[in-house]
Design a protein around this ligand. Structure first.
Ligand code: GLU
Length: 422
């Protein structure tokens, strides 16, 4: 069992990222110079943003934008609003975006942004003013060819609309391709909202096929009912999976026979919470992570599977809907238990893949049907799954290290070919 001290050390996302990066780089026998280049983010921006609050007071929020790499294309990645945001977390998330975009082979680098704030206790006006000032502070660092933000934890289509508008006002013209995850009527893409959840389902489909299982006999537990978890739940329920557990930050639901997720979705729309839903019993979210099932999908926050509970995980397949839900120490435990792990940089890449489609559509001014978006997404997710699994088998490493190796190799190759400008 881990002590509180080790669990705390284990929870620094930057160190979790570095542990995996170093292991994969070592296996790849990565050139020492390229190792040094890729280990650090390219650029880290810190802004202190003054915002006029509704009570007439001025508040100052700290925000970050970290651009890890632009080797393969413009930096790409979401912006999160949370009291827990730290520079180390944003750094880790930025480098994960570089690896994620390389795993699915789309022409982007990696970035991430965040503001330390408590969005649940801010008014719409306060959020709008904070978003606009953050965007204007970053004005020379973002752009369709430079760095393209998107939604992440606690940000959404409305946040992207404000960012797009602020950037456009500075440019004196409407520039829809500066952000992705926008509303449909201003350059958003059909299918983007569901894309991360859909990608998670596609990875589950491929994983069960690989393990000779069927949807109907597969019990699924999902931690998180936000954009990723709820869309994955709805799509997977419709496809025939048995969703037996849903965990939220304030408690969860369990029904061994499977829940009617369409009804749960409607209930949550009406009540604003999943609690009180009649089709399941109340359950403890921590307990759900170690409850018997075939597929476990952590789709909320970081470090939820760690050395304290990894040995109790009963799922055969772990599909990471969130970024960084498993610590490096837990990787070894899961590996020993032969859990089939689908790492975040592959499993949740459906979101940024649809963002890529949105960016392409914005730049062309031509918008695709949802069926086109979904089938292009499926093509990319399925072939990336095959690439990672094949790589793991060929190099005798687990799927996570295979995904990192594949990604690092692609980015390193590009840097070598471009050469270092001096
Ligand atoms: N925030 C999402 C992620 O972590 C999406 C990023 C994007 O679409 O740029 O992958």
């Amino acid at each position: 069992m881990a002590t509180a001290q080790t669990l705390e050390q284990e929870s620094n996302p930057w160190e979790q990222q570095a542990a995996r990066f170093n292991l994969a780089a070592e296996k790849l026998k990565l050139d020492a110079g390229l190792w040094r280049v890729l280990q650090q983010p390219n650029r880290e921006i810190i802004v202190h943003i003054p915002v006029a609050m509704d009570n007439g007071q001025l508040e100052v929020f700290t925000g970050y934008r970290v651009q890890h790499s632009i080797a393969r294309g413009p930096a790409k990645g979401g912006v999160r609003y949370s009291p827990d945001v730290t520079l180390d977390e944003v750094r880790a998330l930025a480098s994960w975006m570089t690896w994620k975009c390389a795993v699915v082979n789309i022409p982007f680098g990696g970035a991430k942004g965040g503001i330390i704030c408590d969005p649940k206790n801010m008014s719409r006006g306060e959020l709008e003013r904070m978003t606009r000032r953050y965007t204007s502070e970053l004005i020379e660092f973002i752009g369709p060819e430079k760095d393209v933000p998107a939604p992440d934890v606690n940000t959404n289509e409305q946040t992207m609309a404000w960012m797009m508008d602020t950037y456009s006002m500075h440019m004196r013209q409407t520039v829809t391709a500066v952000v992705t995850g926008k509303p449909l009527n201003m350059g958003g893409s059909r299918g983007r909202r569901e894309a991360t959840g859909r990608g998670v389902m596609i990875i589950c489909d491929e994983s069960i096929k690989k393990n000779n299982m069927t949807r109907e006999n597969t019990r699924v537990i999902i931690q998180g009912f936000g954009n990723v978890g709820s869309n994955a739940a709805v799509l997977m329920h419709k496809a025939g999976y048995k969703v037996v557990g849903i965990g939220e930050w304030d408690g969860g639901l369990y029904n061994s026979k499977g829940m009617d997720i369409a009804a749960l979705w409607e209930y949550r729309q009406k009540e604003g919470t999943i609690h009180g839903f009649k089709g399941a019993e109340r359950a403890d979210t921590e307990e759900l992570l170690i409850t018997d099932c075939e597929i476990l999908i952590p789709a909320a926050t970081e470090n939820v599977i760690n050395s304290g509970n990894a040995h109790k995980v009963k799922a055969k397949i772990l599909v990471e809907g969130a970024n960084g839900p498993t610590t490096a120490a837990a990787d070894d435990v899961l590996s020993d238990k032969h859990v089939f792990v689908m790492p975040d940089i592959l499993a949740n890449a459906g979101g940024v893949t649809a963002s890529y489609f949105e960016w392409v559509q914005d730049r062309q001014g031509y918008f695709w049907k949802e069926s086109v978006v979904n089938s292009q997404l499926e093509d990319i997710m399925v072939s990336s799954f095959e690439d990672v699994v094949r790589y793991a088998e060929a190099h005798q490493v687990n799927n996570r290290i295979a995904a990192y190796m594949l990604a690092i190799d692609r980015v390193a190759y590009t840097i070598k070919q471009r050469g270092i400008y001096a």
